[in-house]
Design a binder for this molecule. Structure first.
Ligand SMILES: Cc1cc2nc3c(=O)[nH]c(=O)nc-3n(C[C@H](O)[C@H](O)[C@H](O)COP(=O)(O)OP(=O)(O)OC[C@H]3O[C@@H](n4cnc5c(N)ncnc54)[C@H](O)[C@@H]3O)c2cc1C
Length: 448
């Protein structure tokens, strides 16, 4: 019987394990140094905020693994002998290394938090937020803290700000860009989120960069910014992005660049070694996609794809329409398809924002056939399958707006906004309404 070893018990590795069990009788071993069981990384913040206990973040009961004959090893793999298909690993709680052989190896080793060599970055009280150990460190490091500084304005930075604010810790965020997350969001959304962050009492400093972290004894005592300004603080969160966890393969035959290089079948350069999830860099990314995409749902798709390739027929990675979701304090965010920070030539955009500024919708579409190519929703939840169908089916912006009700998750809630959205569209696109097909039906449906 083949032995499939999966390194990493995150969403990608666990999805692979579940599907390999579904499709085969192979022996399956999952190894992780982080925690014994799979948990939802995206729920880490809720443990700190007291909304959940660690147990609640585990999607499967502990008996699931034995019942499904998935062997779990809570161990650190310290060496890779790819030629002899052998791993050297040390079990948690021991210091005597052992070995484990495999027929097929799947690497789902995830990411690590970036650090850019700032003076003082290794002081006590300075940390990133990626794994369970970071959560434990944050619990200890934030004890008794009056002011925290968060460096970096991405999704993890804002989560860290929310976590600290629930404990009444004053938070200053240093963001290098002109607006919050404006490398990803268009300026209107970036400004709206920036305002919302400030509404939550965060001192958001834009166009501000960290120069160094200063010490008070062994511990962080403050930060100095590039503009010379100094700020006392007892905690520094470094949330300046994550990188594929590839340092451990540096002296091996595994080909890496920014991540572990894989082909369209998620095969690495080594026989019987696959890579999935955050650690992957696609040699030939699917159309319109980035070579490295460190998000939950692509990890899941890769896990399922690799299981098919191993147990059934060789299967290409096809992530479909891009999707991601997150939360900025109270504002839920969903993004579908391509919504780049700058509207590319040949495309148009429509943006609607509620007067109170916590609800917004952005639609990007082609100038020629007006086919919708991307949607951002803030403070309103859209139906995944409907948005995907519109983008895949190249439906026009007019069609989309006329069928907006079909997409809303909570029609009662959404009723308040769809008329306003359509009114706003027509106000700025009167010529357009004539050009769009299906508009009369739309007017009848909405205002009829
Ligand atoms: C705070 C936070 C919030 C997030 N929110 C979102 C969100 O809202 N939406 C979204 O799409 N994504 C979000 N993400 C990103 C998402 O969680 C990741 O993309 C996803 O978890 C990556 O899964 P993975 O299976 O690739 O790897 P991981 O979940 O990182 O798992 C890899 C595992 O491999 C283990 N490992 C690595 N090397 C070894 C070794 N040598 N020996 C033993 N074990 C090893 C690691 O310890 C780790 O447990 C968030 C991430 C964080 C940190």
């Amino acid at each position: 019987m083949k032995h499939v070893v999966i390194l990493g018990n995150g969403i990608s590795g666990i999805t692979a394990a579940r599907y390999i069990r579904k499709y085969s009788d192979y022996r399956i071993t999952v190894i992780s140094a982080e925690t014994e069981h799979f948990f939802s990384r995206t729920a880490l913040m809720y443990i700190y905020m007291g909304h959940m206990k660690y147990e609640h973040t585990k999607p499967y009961e502990d008996y699931f693994w034995e019942k499904n004959r998935i062997e779990l090893r809570h161990a650190w793999v310290q060496a890779f002998d790819f030629a002899n298909k052998t791993l050297t690993l040390t079990e948690q709680g021991t210091d005597v290394p052992g070995t484990l052989t495999y027929d097929i190896l799947i690497l789902g080793v995830g990411s690590v938090s970036n650090r850019f060599g700032w003076p003082g970055q290794d002081l006590e009280g300075v940390q990133g937020l990626y794994n369970y150990q970071d959560l434990e460190a944050m619990e200890a490091n934030s004890e008794g803290v009056e002011r925290a500084v968060i460096v970096g304005g991405g999704l993890i930075g804002i989560e860290m700000a929310e976590m600290l604010r629930t404990r009444d810790i004053a938070v200053t965020m240093l963001v290098r860009e002109k607006e919050f997350w404006d490398a990803v969001l268009q300026v209107e959304e970036a400004k709206m989120i920036g305002r919302h962050i400030r509404e939550h009492g965060v001192d958001l400093r834009l166009v501000t960069e960290l120069e160094e972290i200063t010490a008070q004894g062994e511990r962080v005592g403050g930060v100095v910014m590039k503009n010379g300004e100094k700020l006392d603080c007892q905690f520094v969160g470094l949330t300046v992005g994550v990188s594929p966890n590839i340092e451990q393969f540096r002296d091996t035959e595994l080909e890496t660049e920014k991540g572990i290089l894989v082909n369209r079948f998620l095969e690495t350069n080594l026989p019987d070694v696959y890579a999935i999830g955050d650690c992957v860099q696609h040699r030939e990314p699917p159309e319109g996609r980035k070579p490295v995409e460190q998000i939950w749902y692509t990890g899941r798709i890769m896990g399922e794809t690799v299981a098919r390739s191993i147990c059934q027929a060789k299967t290409q990675y096809q992530p479909g329409v891009f999707f991601n979701s997150a939360k900025f304090f109270d504002i839920e965010y969903q993004t579908y398809g391509q919504v780049p920070a700058q509207v590319p030539a040949g495309f148009q955009t429509f943006y609607w924002e509620h007067a109170e500024g916590r609800i917004a919708l952005r639609i990007n579409y082609r100038s020629g056939n007006e086919a919708v190519t991307g949607i951002n929703a803030f403070g309103m939840r859209l139906r995944h399958e409907v948005c995907e169908k519109w983008i895949k089916g190249k439906k026009s912006v007019g069609y989309m707006l006329s069928h907006l009700r079909d997409a809303h998750f909570d029609p009662e809630f959404f009723k308040r906004h769809e008329k306003a959205i359509v009114r706003a569209f027509n106000k700025t696109h009167h010529d357009h309404t004539i050009r769009l097909g299906g508009r009369p039906a739309f007017w009848e449906k909405v205002f009829g």
